[in-house]
Design a protein around this ligand. Structure first.
Ligand code: AMP
Length: 606
């Protein structure tokens, strides 16, 4: 069977996992790292780079890469969004022809779905190197509060990367699946998911493999980067007054401060104090004098960092309380708090959670890996249909129809279990009216102007003699993964109009196809290189295994035991399989033997 993978497409880091021998495992990158930085761009020779290579490029040429693209994925362009982005990311946002957001990097305008596709493509290559065979099917996770547009943009990115999405799953739900299935948890759980750019909270009821989301909420503008910004601002305050403006205006300097801040934050999760040194701060523009560049050397203690971070941490707790309130629960009703997202390694957050909920968060998983593991479990479920778990998620935003006078009428309320179908009947208004526009909104406000317009259904050829003559029945259908379709039927003629709301800021099909061809051509070349590298490395792996087999055989002869004989037998069988794989240049066999050897050796070592 073709392998399936679970992908956690994070704001700052991404991870990919699969299920092997019934257990979810993380797939390491080809560089051997467990997490991949969520950065993609174009190298100086215009070749594509994603992940670790793009992170390295960011130091050298920050204008050629796009980190944290997820913050804007599937959003509608607006001047306000572009202005807000200036404080968050080093690249400018531009408006695309469909009203979508594009970014300017490496002198070109790149759709955000392409940036995400480049990253997904990197994870796909990692998985393919791991399995030694093509991988196309996956489950991808998104923040619970992603709307239709963001979900469909995620799907579009996957399409460009050549991935078939079996299902989009909410990140906290995926985390609960991993905790619930692997740690065998049952009860009421709160998932506290603080990532690089977003904060999500979900309350779930977990019982015998059923995961029922009770409420979900969060703050899309709160994440690890806000903590980095606080440290970066504190560093900036230590730049001499005369240079501070130049540093603030200089992208490279600001990037350095941000990087240093992020590293300091990580160090402070382990240590009580960190020494920081940022050099070459100042104007790097053409004609600027390098002698004017300055350096900041300072120390940051965990205590002081906690003071800087306290308002942000308090905000997290407030959001938890809001979500609990919607679920009509209090902190006492929660049996387990599950921490997700790299940021939850910050000790302050663990402490505040423990204090607020009166119990320590559950352990056992890496908070930055658990989402990918849960996604892999779910992908495996969908393909193998083992029926181990059932996900019942909820609508993360209310969905309504705009009515006369600027109001809205809710058809699907926030936190309604999905899939959901809702119908309502509307009267189109004036006598003699021949058409009707039915605007569809998302949001919690009563006024349409305060909600987000998702799209419109347009009915024509209405024959309205008397106001009540032509009832229009509007049906909303929200799928289990949160995409909405809307249908309207003219009651007098039976003519129906439908729009797929989730298609709103997607690219033109021809462009998607072109981007996909480009991406897959590049990935094909990359895959060939990976295969050649694996072919070259494999004989050395086999030789090493053979030396070890000889050694173990000798030991087994000296002190015989059935266990030792078994290990030697397994090792020899693997070596024989590997030799055959090598001869036939069978990448899948070589990859499988490499994985089995690693597992055997780590078990023997353990
Ligand atoms: P995610 O979106 O889950 O990849 O979250 C990544 C965020 O977690 C980034 O803001 C990282 O700086 C932060 N992070 C990762 N590891 C640590 C750590 N050990 N201590 C503090 N923050 C971390």
């Amino acid at each position: 069977m073709e392998p399936v993978i679970g992908i956690d497409l994070g704001t700052t880091y991404s991870a990919v996992a699969t299920v092997e021998h019934g257990k979810p495992v993380l797939i390491p990158s080809r560089l051997g790292h467990r997490l991949t930085p969520s950065i993609a761009g174009f190298a100086l020779n215009n070749a594509r780079v994603a992940g670790e290579a793009a992170r390295l490029l960011a130091d050298e040429a920050p204008d050629r890469v796009a980190p944290a693209a997820k913050r804007f994925l599937g959003r509608r362009y607006s001047p306000e969004l572009a202005a807000a982005a200036k404080h968050l990311v080093p690249y400018p946002l531009v408006q695309g022809p469909q009203g979508e957001v594009r970014v300017k990097i490496a002198g070109r305008t790149v759709p955000l779905t392409q940036v995400s596709a480049m990253l997904l493509g990197e994870l796909k290559l990692d998985a393919e190197a791991h399995f030694g065979r093509p991988v196309t099917r996956c489950v991808i996770t998104v923040p619970a509060n992603f709307d239709d547009g963001q979900r469909s943009a995620t799907r579009e990115a996957a399409r460009i990367a050549g991935l078939e999405v079996l299902r989009i799953v909410n990140e906290p739900t995926a985390a609960a699946v991993a905790y619930g299935l692997v740690a065998k948890f049952a009860g009421r759980a709160l998932v506290f998911d603080l990532g690089g750019g977003t904060f999500d909270v979900s309350v779930l009821e977990v019982a015998q493999g059923v995961f029922e989301v009770k409420a979900t909420g969060g703050d899309q503008t709160l994440g690890g980067e806000d903590f980095d910004t606080r440290i970066a601002q504190w560093l900036l305050a230590q730049v001499p007054d005369a240079q501070r403006d130049a540093v603030t205006r200089d992208r490279l300097s600001m990037q350095r401060l941000k990087h240093t801040a992020e590293r300091a934050k990580r160090t402070l999760s382990e240590k009580a104090e960190v020494f920081l040194s940022v050099s070459d701060l100042g104007d790097h523009g053409e004609g600027a004098s390098p002698s004017k560049l300055v350096q900041v050397d300072t120390a940051l203690t965990r205590d002081f960092f906690e003071q800087l971070a306290m308002p942000l941490a308090k905000r997290c707790i407030e959001v938890c309380d809001q979500v609990l309130e919607e679920a009509k629960l209090t902190p006492k009703d929660i049996d387990a708090v599950m921490l997700v997202g790299g940021m939850t390694r910050v000790p302050l957050l663990g402490r505040m959670v423990t204090e607020h909920f009166g119990k320590a968060p559950v352990g056992g998983f890496n908070p930055d890996e658990v989402v990918a593991l849960g996604a892999a479990v779910h992908a495996d479920e969908l393909v193998a249909r083992a029926g181990q778990s059932l996900l019942i998620d909820v609508a993360t935003h209310s969905l309504s129809v705009g009515v006369a006078g600027g109001g809205t009428r809710k058809l699907i309320a926030r936190n309604t279990p999905v899939p959901a179908v809702a119908k309502d009947t509307f009267l189109p208004g004036r006598t003699g009216q021949t058409g009707a526009r039915i605007p569809v909104y998302q949001g919690e406000a009563d006024l349409a102007a305060d909600c987000t317009l998702l799209g419109e259904v347009v009915l024509t050829d209405l024959k309205v003699d008397r106001r009540s003559d032509v009832p229009i029945e509007v049906t909303f259908e929200l799928t289990a993964e949160g995409t909405l379709s809307v249908r309207a039927i003219d009651g007098s003629t039976g003519i129906a109009e439908a729009i797929r709301i989730d298609a709103r800021t997607t690219l033109q099909p021809a462009e998607v196809e072109r981007l996909q061809t480009e991406q897959l051509t590049w990935a094909g070349e990359q895959g060939q290189k990976d295969k050649a590298a694996a072919l070259q490395a494999f004989p050395r792996i086999l030789d090493k295994a053979e030396r070890l087999a000889l050694l173990l055989e000798k030991t087994a002869q000296e002190s015989p035991s059935p266990e030792a004989d078994e290990v030697v037998g397994q090792l020899q069988a693997l070596i024989a399989r590997g030799r055959a794989g090598l001869e036939g240049e069978d990448a899948a066999v070589m990859a499988e033997v490499t994985r089995s050897l690693e597992a055997l050796l780590s078990a023997a070592a353990g």
